[in-house]
Design a protein around this ligand. Structure first.
Ligand code: B3K
Ligand code: ZN
Length: 873
């Protein structure tokens, strides 16, 4: 299969200056007539063929400057159109193709979702609409005319401004949209359908009025207000924080039910998976509300970081994604709690990105080769990309970072650019060299940071021995030292920060060590007592840190650290150490568990910590986390058992306190989505979860009671989830009830599917099979498929990795079937196998043989074949 390399990048010999698209949308098919105004570049040699991309297209007519081309002048194939000797001057190429949106189950290009025509073009969907130079460095202005049956599609939308509309006879009507901003084809969008809407306005800092609208299925309008509120807050935040105003007079969002991922930042016309728009307390959880707020912000922020300044090629994807995730993280931190947001993001980073980086699919944030770009919309590109930007901000400081951002917009607005250009503006604006820092973008793998401390009482010196190491990853056997910003503090015996008189051995600025060598020894002088170090505060670098701190040190940090992230981390580290040693065969000591239990009780009782923080702290690391730390020969059943036992050992003795605290947190408040109410529910539901997980007397009934009496989906789903995960006696009844109550709402059905698929119990595969075999189960809808099979493959480790191989076979069969319908969904589910090399031998062999069989079956999509090849390499 064809591999594309970054080193082969070359500008195209022709430019596309402007695009006129004419869509004639009919119930049975859609005809697209395209006029491309094209010019050769100055250095283009006469006779250089013009090559346009296509994907499953069939050409019905072609002309240049109005004159039809003779057959020998071009070659039209489904995946490309070549004009052999185009004029060496500006000309207009006109083509026509006919599309079948109804049959477009991969959901790329123009497709139909519940009757609505809509598009998805990033990264390479535009070539499924018309022949084009479908690459992000071709920037053109777009003029779009669409004609459609008025009854099926009273709403006609595209990018930019509506410049004309009217009747087209025979029950048809038309609209013309113009986007004044030159853009790459991946940002093109069109929507035609029978949709409802809510509208609002936003006045920018400079006083321009922007019309806002969110379009959705009729009847869902009342579920769009949270998204609208989030949009307006995002617009205000970007002005305040980065001085960035919206640039068009219209901003439209459309919610559709069939969508391959979360949402898409098309210029002026964002298209969203409806699960990231619709919110009502009865059907959406706190997590959903937060997700909507975050993704609405993310897509809006792309208008500057992605659309105004875009990527030169797809290798630069993290130029827009990493930066925009950083921006949405900052937005949420400012709107809610910074500490809680950071902890949540780091949990997510470790769960998804570290797992990716430590397995066969590891790749740099800026890859240098790919076979299928859709497989690179990964946690590494997004979340590690955001961590790299965050480190840049940490190293340069807030003001220095802002200077770089300002220069970035000043210099590159309107361009398609690179990571190099991005780093250059920060280097230049701050008079600093970022050459070594750039390695973060080029090198895969999660660095291991090892720290050993030593106090010399006689000399009153304190030393931190630091080491960094990154293990080999596919294609990168040797690794260079990275620039690792380590925020830290020293805490004295009385729990307050300690001073030092001098420091040497590495660059230390204020309370940050900048480690840029493989090893360093940092010595502090004038240190009166042995401090406890708080290291990597705020998780200042995406590394795996191990230290020589004792459990007492950690519990001391859990009580005294004034960095909330490290307070949380300290408790988790204690739990992790106990879980790891028990899994490896050394049972925990009663004293050690009692000390952790006591620290948990103190955390719960604290009157300075907020509820959301307590909810995050009162737990131990997840199974995948423990497995990751074990690294090899993992038996997921053993991990599951150890973790369950440890939870019980820590929390069963606290049952009375947990229950009291649970009862003390009222549940009769009307639902509000703000951070404080959210934290209140999070804590209450965490307590319920702990009571159920530690088998406290009456806990199963308590969960059932909360399920029955819940006044919002957050509380109801938490009770259901806890019951199902522990597979309490009540679980089957509650699950059945939930299905009856909510099965008619597809987005709530997804929650039922997900809870069902995550149950770590032997009957789960049979239950999932039954669901999939139901002829009404929509195998073309990505949300349904991911909720069921994505969750099974990613979040049900004991059943997916069953020693008899049944879980592996089940997922592989599913992948083979769905690959024919929607390759992106199939490839994504298949990545659940990426843990296979770290399993114990029996499971490892079972997984490998299933993967090999899938591969030898052949006829897989490029998406799935690429994942499979890398996984078996
Ligand atoms: N840019 C889109 C993602 C497109 C994914 C294509 N496989 C949404 C986002 O990241 O904002
Ligand atoms: Zn994005």
């Amino acid at each position: 299969e064809h591999t594309i390399y970054l080193k082969d990048y070359a500008p195209s010999p022709y430019r596309i200056v402007s695009v006129d698209l004419d869509f004639r949308i009919l119930a049975e098919n859609t005809t697209v007539t395209t006029q491309l105004t094209i010019e050769p570049r100055d250095d283009t040699a006469p006779g250089t063929p013009l090559v346009l991309d296509g994907d499953e297209l069939s050409l019905t007519s072609i002309a240049i400057d109005g004159a039809p081309l003779v057959l020998s002048a071009y070659l039209a194939e489904p995946n490309s159109l070549t004009v052999f000797e185009p004029p060496l001057r500006r000309f207009v190429l006109e083509t026509e193709v006919v599309l079948q949106p109804e049959n477009n189950t991969p959901l790329m290009g123009l497709y139909r979702s519940s009757g609505t025509w809509c598009t998805q073009c990033e990264p390479e969907g535009f070539r499924r609409i018309t022949y084009y130079m479908d690459r992000p460095d071709i920037l053109a202005t777009f003029n779009v005319r669409m004609t459609a049956p008025r009854d099926l599609a009273p709403v006609l939308l595209a990018n930019g401004n509506l410049v004309d509309r009217g009747d087209a006879g025979d029950g048809m009507h038309f609209a013309v949209w113009q986007d004044p901003f030159p853009k790459p084809s991946y940002l093109f969008a069109l929507v035609a359908g029978d949709l409802g809407a809510i509208t609002d306005t936003f006045t920018t800092a400079s006083g321009r009025k922007v019309d806002l609208a969110i379009y959705c299925t009729h009847g869902k309008e009342d579920q769009c207000y949270w998204a609208m509120d989030s949009l307006k807050r995002s617009m205000a935040w970007d002005e305040k924080r980065f001085g960035l105003e919206y640039d068009l007079d219209i901003f439209n969002i459309v919610a559709v039910s069939d969508f391959n991922f979360g949402a898409m930042e098309n210029k002026g016309l964002n298209i969203f998976n409806d699960k990231l728009v619709f919110a009502h307390p009865d059907t959406a959880t706190d997590g959903d509300y937060e997700g909507i707020e975050r993704v609405i912000a993310h897509e809006y922020f792309h208008n500057w970081t992605g659309n105004r300044i875009t990527c030169r090629d797809w290798f630069q994807l993290c130029l827009k994604e990493g930066l925009t995730v950083y921006r949405d993280q900052e937005f949420t931190s400012d709107e809610r709690s910074r500490a809680v947001k950071r902890i949540g993001d780091v949990v997510g980073l470790r769960g998804a990105q570290f797992a990716e980086d430590g397995g066969p699919l590891a790749h740099p944030a800026r890859p240098d080769e790919y076979r299928e770009i859709n497989n690179f919309y990964t946690a590494t590109v997004y979340e590690k990309g955001a961590e790299i930007v965050r480190m840049l901000a940490t190293l340069l400081g807030e003001a220095g970072f802002r200077k770089g951002m300002d220069l970035y917009f000043e210099r590159h607005d309107g361009e398609a650019t690179t990571i190099e250009a991005f780093l250059n503006v920060f280097g230049e604006a701050n008079g600093t060299n970022l050459d070594q820092f750039k390695t973060w973008y080029l090198q895969a793998g999660t660095p291991r940071l090892t720290v050993e401390d030593n106090y010399d009482a006689a000399n009153q010196t304190y030393t931190l021995k630091l080491k960094q190491e990154t293990l080999p990853t596919p294609g990168q056997p040797t690794k260079a030292a990275l620039v690792v910003p380590i925020k830290f503090g020293l805490i004295g015996p009385n729990g307050s920060p300690m001073e030092w008189s001098g420091v040497s051995g590495a660059e230390v600025r204020d309370e940050m060590i900048v480690l840029n060598t493989d090893a360093a020894e940092v010595t502090f002088t004038g240190v009166a007592n042995r401090p406890v170090p708080s290291l990597l505060r705020e998780f200042s670098a995406p590394v795996n840190m191990t230290t020589n701190l004792t459990q007492d040190d950690q519990l001391f940090l859990a009580r005294h650290d004034n960095d909330p992230f490290n307070r949380w981390q300290a408790l988790q580290d204690v739990g992790m150490a106990l879980a790891l040693s028990a899994t490896k065969g050394t049972p925990w000591s009663d004293n050690a568990v009692a000390a952790l239990s006591e620290a948990m009780a103190d955390t719960l009782a604290s009157d300075t910590l907020d509820d959301a923080f307590k909810a995050l702290s009162l737990t131990i690391p997840a199974e995948y986390q423990i497995a990751q730390n074990l690294g090899s020969d993992v038996d997921p059943v053993r991990v599951h058992e150890v973790r369950s036992e440890l939870l019980k050992a820590i929390f069963a003795p606290l049952a009375i306190q947990l229950l009291q605290a649970y009862r003390g947190l009222a549940s009769d408040q009307p639902y509000a989505p703000d951070a404080k109410s959210n934290g209140h529910r999070a804590l209450r539901n965490r307590l319920l979860g702990l009571l159920v997980a530690s088998d406290a007397p009456g806990a199963a009934n308590l969960a059932a009671e909360q399920y029955e009496t819940a006044r919002n989906m957050t509380d109801r789903l938490a009770a259901l989830g806890a019951s199902a995960y522990a597979w309490t006696e009540k679980a089957p009844v509650l699950l059945a009830d939930f299905k009856i109550r909510f099965g008619g709402d597809p987005l709530v059905l997804d929650k039922w599917l997900a809870v069902t698929a995550a149950v770590p119990e032997d009957g789960v595969i049979e239950r999932i099979r039954t669901i999939l075999a139901d002829p009404t189960f929509p195998k073309t809808n990505p949300n349904r498929l991911r909720s069921l099979m994505g969750v099974f493959a990613m979040s049900n480790p004991t059943q997916f990795t069953r020693a008899d191989g049944a879980g592996f076979r089940f997922v592989a069969e599913f992948v083979a079937e769905i690959d024919k319908i929607n390759p992106q969904v199939a490839a994504r589910v298949l990545t659940g196998f990426r843990i296979w090399p770290m399993l114990e031998p029996k499971r490892r062999e079972a997984a490998k043989s299933v993967l090999t069989t899938l591969q030898s079956g052949g006829s897989l999509s490029r998406n799935t074949a690429d994942i499979l090849t890398r996984m078996l390499a």
